[in-house]
Design a protein around this ligand. Structure first.
Ligand code: FES
Length: 91
């Protein structure tokens, strides 16, 4: 899944990594938006065997978007703002 930005693309750019690979995001993005807009494909693999997951509710209710951020631990990507320098791993 890839999100396509339709507006607000002039916000300041920030840099983070996913699994060590550089990702560019926009200030104010959630991690979910940042990763999917950067064509990360998915956020995590389901522990129940139904494949890659990319979030579902987008409002911190379903727990389908867990990722791991260095220094923060496991967070919901849809409810966590992306910050410059974040090191993110798939949950
Ligand atoms: S997408 Fe449901 S908790 Fe993040």
């Amino acid at each position: 899944m890839k999100l396509v930005r339709l507006r607000d693309a002039s916000r300041p750019r920030i840099a983070l990594t996913l699994e060590g690979a550089p990702i560019e995001a926009l200030q104010g993005d959630t991690l979910l938006t940042a990763l999917l807009a950067a064509d990360a494909g998915h956020l995590r693999n389901s522990e129940f065997g139904d494949g890659p997951r990319a979030g579902f509710c987008l409002m911190a209710a379903c727990q389908d978007c867990w990722v791991v951020v260095e220094g923060l631990g496991r967070v919901r990507a849809c409810a966590t703002l992306a910050e410059d320098g974040m090191e993110v791993r798939r949950g």
